[in-house]
Design a protein around this ligand. Structure first.
Ligand code: HEM
Length: 298
């Protein structure tokens, strides 16, 4: 059995198999827009991002259940393809600043601890507690979600890479995480809204926003300080950091055709000038996304 098969089996084991849906981030919709470069980017050498580029994107709710509520306390995601025929940079970012696992085994164990217990009809809290005690590095991700109200619209969500990519800035090599900062600011649902909102509202909220014009995010590098952990996407970076604005992502239209839904935001598609993150999780992603694609198109 390949590593990718194990990872997708773990997702299917906890969330179920749902024909033609992604094994993770199953619920979502696709959109299109463009990338507009910043006037100055402090000497970051990524040729693709020196000019305006088309963008294909997909917003999603984390987990492998296509019917999950838009109010659920899990991550929100954005898949991005920046560029066109000659070069594309593909990214998949989440609303939590850090990821929930730093290895294949931890990914599988995290999911196994949350698999539905037939006697309880949901995850067994004792198993979750035992997993968290044995894997304290996974807790910051869970704490973030517990303390952050789900977004009111995908346009008011912040998205993070978790991984630290390699960049060349003024010919020096640096490691940096990526953040998409919503220009409208981040807003979560109030307790009153959580009580009355339906389980499906994120698509309608985006349709309404787009009727008023594009929705925008600033794409930024958060440059690692010397003390930061750059090979473990579960570890938060505390304190002040140098930030470099690469440009703006503007989402302009819903683009929900079948072909768009079939896209794979394979993180291994890097732009020239961007080096792959050195952590173990990044190395797992491309094959896992391909395995999920092959199962959803069977
Ligand atoms: C062991 C590591 C990981 C595994 C096995 C994994 C697995 C998957 C799979 C199977 C999919 C569906 C792919 C498809 O059918 O196209 C997916 C989608 C996604 N993943 Fe991951 N993932 C991992 C790490 C991450 C990390 C570190 C992030 C971000 C910090 C992330 C963010 C996303 C997002 C946003 C999507 C939705 C993309 C879309 O809309 O198509 N994943 N993941």
């Amino acid at each position: 059995m390949t590593q990718a098969t194990k990872l997708i089996d773990a997702l299917n084991g906890t969330f179920g198999c749902h024909k033609s849906f992604r094994a993770s981030h199953a619920k979502g919709f696709t959109v299109s827009g463009r990338f507009i470069p910043a006037q100055t980017n402090a000497g970051v050498q990524i040729p693709l991002l020196q000019s305006e580029q088309p963008v294909a994107a997909r917003f999603s709710v984390g987990g492998g259940k296509p019917g999950i509520s838009d109010k659920s306390p899990t991550v929100r995601g954005i898949g991005l393809m920046i560029g066109g025929a000659s070069e594309v940079w593909s990214l998949a970012l989440i609303s939590a600043p850090v990821f929930f696992a730093n290895s294949a085994q931890q990914f599988v164990d995290f999911l196994a601890a949350r698999a539905p217990d037939p006697e309880i009809g949901g995850p067994n809290p004792e198993k979750v507690k035992a997993f968290n005690t044995a894997n304290p590095n996974t807790v910051p991700h869970q704490e973030y979600l517990k303390s952050t109200s789900p977004c009111r619209c995908y346009s008011t969500e912040r998205y993070h890479s978790g991984h630290a990519y390699g960049f060349s800035i003024d010919n020096a090599s640096v490691a940096a995480r990526l953040v998409l900062e919503p220009t409208a600011g981040r807003t979560g649902l109030t307790p009153e809204e959580l009580a009355v909102f339906p389980d499906d509202f994120l698509r309608d909220a985006m349709t309404l926003k787009l009727a008023d014009g594009p929705v925008c995010w600033v794409l930024k590098l958060i440059v690692a300080n010397a003390a930061d952990e750059v090979r473990d996407p579960t570890v938060p970076w505390d304190g002040e950091h140098r930030e470099i604005v690469l440009g703006t992502i503007e989402i302009e239209d819903l683009d929900d055709g079948k072909e768009s839904q079939l896209r794979v935001f394979d993180p291994a598609h890097l732009a020239k000038g961007v080096d792959a993150p050195g952590d173990k999780v990044f190395a797992l992603r491309s094959a896992a996304y391909a395995e999920s694609k092959s199962r959803r198109t069977e």
